[in-house]
Design a protein around this ligand. Structure first.
Ligand SMILES: Nc1nc2c(c(=O)[nH]1)N[C@H]1C(S)=C(S)[C@@H](COP(=O)(O)OP(=O)(O)OC[C@H]3O[C@@H](n4cnc5c(=O)[nH]c(N)nc54)[C@H](O)[C@@H]3O)O[C@H]1N2
Ligand SMILES: Nc1nc2c(c(=O)[nH]1)N[C@H]1C(S)=C(S)[C@@H](COP(=O)(O)OP(=O)(O)OC[C@H]3O[C@@H](n4cnc5c(=O)[nH]c(N)nc54)[C@H](O)[C@@H]3O)O[C@H]1N2
Ligand code: SF4
Ligand SMILES: [Mo]
Length: 853
């Protein structure tokens, strides 16, 4: 196999002529030696490769993987057997990483825009520049802001990230003087977290004891193809399925629905009715878990449909507010009532509720963004979480773990000494994201504005409300593709005076950049820790590794670039950033301070992970003897989770109990209302919620809200993610396109709107017809697919295609910006689940018209 040895400089020359992988491909084709035995390898005279640990961040599972490197090339991926969350498994998407890192369309060197006009139709006319010029230009822009007391108009935007994000995203904007570090979290999954937080005070992803459960309800969850623990869930699915009864609530026939015992094709956005009815049945049929919830003092069940219960007659054990919840909501939430709203027959609701209740406490209500990232989904998430309280599976065997056991790491050094007056003044300014406004409470951790909504930043920029941004540094994201209502983002980005995109591929957002900086592919080309995820009852910290030497002129976004920027700012008279890095970061082994960008990445990583690899730190988990050993094993795992840590008063809520009536939410809403001199009812009204009075504090049904007039837009649009989506980053790989039909109903190399055959017949639509989907927000043209996996009246379409500037495979015609298929975000309305500040992509939020073209 030909050796690929190009210095950075040589590479630039080579790529200018042919592009690297054109050159590589003309050599003898790559030999995939992953399965070679040592003996064979010798015979074939092929250098024997090795498995090197790293981390896949193709989705939020953040699996520890191993990458087979041979002859300097990454050729194969598998799960790291040392990792207890995924125990040697990885999913299909992990392999797509190989095609991403070797994508010939990658950004290969820093570039600057030479066409000052910005727009989709404007060619940016990028030309290569040096790193020095890039850093000098950015530093100059930042200094202008500092000179004009406008540092708040600086912003860092973050998409996916590693644990090193505290440097670029967390602290750098503050030292410069801006409160505006904006992440993608609000367009990801915040509303799901809202449900668990206001019942049992945990803001994070849950873990599940699938091994011991007897019943699972998946609310729009498709955990064998998406969500957060795919390799683990898929690996135990056979056992789970033969032991437990599985019910999947999803308007679309997902893979999980197809493999479950029950499929409940709910009307999008109407899950709240189902959840309330399930709770109603659990109570009226005396199926709640008494050792957890408690019982009537006289031992007789008084939960009778339509009848109020006296609070004094029921004594709760771990929970709070059951009777209030019953009186306010559940007494009238019969399956008959729910059937009308949800489109699910009442006998199926009864069957699922009874099965679920009989399995108590080994019964899981599994929330996902699918059913809660909807306009009124906060209360749906609350109801789903509350079901785990009713069956006593919260923090218990066979149930749901909502407990953020800490992975021991060092905090980033304090920045206080590095904040000058300009920075302090900037940090006092109102944030740009609108979180915490009356109509957008965004109540993370009980704090009004605790979530920074991502999608409103476009409105802020367009309307200069509260002000426009001027200098943005943005990484690992693609906001004019990933936010609902993309046209607004295109306009806002065109208006933004200066934007730096730190990206692996040139993407739609790059099209509006002033400076483009090439960065490592996280899985193969950088050293960094990744923690904060969990699975299989373990939390972990995994190590991303520089598995291959990149032929591209890349720098690590989260460390090396801030370092270089710090040096450039120092030259212009502002040294606080580089001083912070030089003074506060030390190699824990040698005591050395970093002297350059690369050392800074290494030292920051070692400093952050020190408690993991230094055996003198006490911790509950694997023992690792030293830094080198951490790199070798690639992962550190906590001990297996011990159940019931939150029981008996440790739920962390206002009452210390698992809250059905959420005193925690009540307090947060009242504080938010007070801040605006308003009542909670006025907050509800401003947030498009129907609840008034005490209803605001309990899980309840809110009718689905949809944008668009039913006569004009007769269908409901609903979407799902692909088994092959690495968020929206894998569409430029041929494996993504060639295997796209692994998503049930979808087609390879294409993007289809799935329509029920009954509707298709009425409209005279055949498979493969071009159709235009039009909503109040926009339109896209895709192919039609007749498919029984979607309800009549509902169009279902996968998210991920529709790239017009992401590469030659993602687009049909990259040069002419002709997308393959359409981006759902072009037609989804830019609406919110206001209580959690989330972008509401689900729940059939948008009505759509479908026309043959
Ligand atoms: N309609 C709809 N919208 C959605 C979703 C959906 O399901 N439907 N999903 C939502 C969710 S859950 C999320 S989390 C967001 C994600 O949305 P974003 O955070 O915007 O992320 P992506 O679009 O996945 O990011 C793509 C960018 O990352 C770059 N990139 C790829 N690998 C790397 C790397 O290793 N390092 C760096 N620095 N850059 C890299 C790519 O080149 C590209 O520029 O989208 C949300 N938007
Ligand atoms: N394969 C894959 N897995 C991923 C990712 C990926 O890009 N690809 N990204 C990761 C990230 S960043 C995140 S945030 C998670 C997201 O986790 P997921 O659980 O995958 O969330 P979604 O894709 O947003 O929604 C899932 C399902 O919700 C359904 N749905 C839509 N509307 C409704 C509704 O009103 N009610 C109900 N009950 N269901 C509805 C959709 O049909 C879809 O099947 O996945 C992670 N895992
Ligand atoms: S794509 Fe997600 S589930 Fe699959 S290996 Fe990567 S991190 Fe794990
Ligand atoms: Mo996400």
């Amino acid at each position: 196999m030909a050796k690929l040895k190009l210095s950075r400089r040589n590479f630039l020359k080579a790529s200018a002529v042919t592009g690297l992988f054109a050159a590589g491909a003309s050599q003898k084709g790559p030999v995939m030696n992953a399965f070679s035995t040592a003996a064979n390898a010798e015979e074939e005279n092929v250098e024997q490769g090795e498995w090197i640990p790293s981390v896949c961040q193709g989705c939020t599972a953040w699996c520890a993987v191993e990458i087979y490197r041979i002859d300097g090339r990454a050729t194969k991926v598998r799960g790291n057997p040392n990792a207890k969350a995924n125990h040697g498994h990885s999913c299909v998407r992990s392999h797509l990483g190989l095609q991403q890192v070797y994508d010939p369309d990658r950004v290969k060197q820093p570039m600057k825009r030479t066409n000052p006009n910005k727009g989709r139709d404007e060619d940016p006319e990028f030309v290569p520049i040096s790193w020095e010029e890039a850093m000098d230009t950015i530093a100059e822009k930042i200094m202008e802001l500092r000179e004009n007391d406008e540092t708040h108009k600086f912003s860092v935007w973050r998409g996916r990230y590693t644990s090193l994000n505290g440097i670029l995203y967390g602290n750098m904007p503050k030292i410069i003087g801006s409160p505006n570090n904006i992440s993608h979290s609000s367009i990801c999954a915040e509303s799901e977290k809202f449900g668990r937080y206001y019942t049992e005070r945990y803001w994070g992803y849950a873990d599940y004891d699938h091994e011991n459960t007897l019943y699972e309800i998946f609310w729009g969850g498709d955990p064998i193809s998406t969500n957060r623990q795919v390799p683990h869930t898929a690996s135990i699915w056979g056992d789970l399925k033969s032991r437990a009864t599985l019910a999947c609530i999803d308007p679309r026939l997902s893979t999980t629905a197809a493999k479950s015992d029950e499929w409940l094709p709910v009307m999008p956005g109407e899950d709240g009715a189902l959840a309330s009815a399930i709770a109603h049945v659990l109570l009226t049929e005396e199926l709640w878990h008494k050792p957890f919830v408690g019982d009537f003092t006289n031992g007789e069940n008084q939960f009778v449909a339509g009848q109020e219960v006296d609070e004094d007659d029921f004594e709760e054990i771990q929970t709070h507010g059951l009777v209030k919840w019953w009186n306010l909501v559940l007494k009238d939430a019969t399956p008959e009532w729910a059937a009308e709203r949800s489109g699910i027959p009442e006998d199926q609701i009864y069957r699922v509720a009874r099965g679920f209740g009989k399995a108590a406490p080994r019964a899981i209500s599994f929330s996902s963004p699918g059913s809660s990232m909807t306009i009124r989904g906060g209360y749906t998430a609350l109801a789903q979480a509350a079901l785990n309280g009713l069956v006593g599976s919260a923090d218990a065997e066979g149930g749901v773990i909502s407990n953020g056991i800490d992975v021991p790491t060092n905090d980033w050094p304090e920045i206080d000494d590095y904040l000058d007056d300009i920075a302090e003044a900037g940090l006092e300014r109102e944030r740009v994201d609108h979180g915490g406004r009356l109509e957008l409470p965004a109540l993370k951790d009980s704090e009004s504005g605790g979530v920074k909504p991502t999608n409103t930043v476009a409105d802020a920029m367009l309307n200069e409300d509260p002000y426009n941004l001027k200098v943005v540094m943005s990484y690992w994201n693609n906001f004019n593709f990933s936010n609902q209502g993309t046209e607004r983002w295109d306009e806002a980005l065109a208006k933004l005076p200066f934007m730096v995109h730190m990206t692996v591929n040139p993407a739609e957002q790059t099209h509006y950049a002033d400076i483009v900086l090439p960065v490592p592919h996280s899985m193969f080309e950088r050293l960094s820790p990744v923690d904060g995820s969990n699975g299989n009852l373990h939390r972990h910290l995994h190590m991303q590794n520089k598995v291959i030497e990149s032929p591209f002129d890349i720098r690590v976004d989260e460390t090396e670039i801030p370092w270089m920027l710090g040096e450039a700012l120092e030259e212009k008279g502002f040294s606080n950033l580089i001083d912070y890095f030089r003074n506060e970061f030390r190699d824990p082994e040698t005591g050395d301070a970093p002297t350059n960008a690369e050392e800074f990445n290494l030292i920051a990583t070692k400093q952050y992970t020190e408690p993991i690899w230094d055996p003198s730190f006490e911790k509950d988990g694997d023992t690792i003897n030293g830094w080198e050993e951490l790199l070798e094993v690639g992962t550190w795992n906590t001990a297996k989770y011990e159940f019931r840590q939150k029981w008996d008063g440790n739920w962390g809520t206002e009452t210390g109990q698992f809250e059905f009536y959420s005193e925690t939410l009540k307090k947060a809403l009242e504080e938010h209302a007070d801040k605006h001199d308003a009542s909670v009812d006025e907050v509800m009204e401003a947030c498009n919620l129907e609840a008034r009075g005490e209803l605001a504090y309990v899980p309840h049904y809110e009718p689905a809200m949809r944008v668009g007039d039913e006569d004009e837009y007769p269908f409901i649009f609903t979407e799902h993610r692909s088994k092959l989506n690495r968020e929206a980053r894998s569409a430029n790989t041929s494996w993504y396109q060639a295997f796209k039909d692994v998503d049930i109903g979808d087609e390879a190399w294409d993007d289809v709107a799935k329509i029920n055959p009954k509707d298709a017949d009425e409209l005279g639509i055949e498979d493969g017809d071009e159709v235009k989907l039009t909503t109040e927000t926009g339109s896209i043209t895709v192919k039609a697919k007749r498919w029984e996996g979607t309800r009549p009246g509902v169009i279902s379409k996968c998210y991920g295609q529709g790239h017009w500037a992401y590469g030659h495979i993602a687009s049909l015609d990259r040069e002419n910006q002709i997308a393959r298929g359409g981006n759902n975000n072009d037609i989804l309305a830019p609406v919110h689940e206001a209580l959690s500040g989330s972008g509401a992509r689900h729940g059939g939020q948008t009505r759509v018209r479908i026309d043959k073209v």
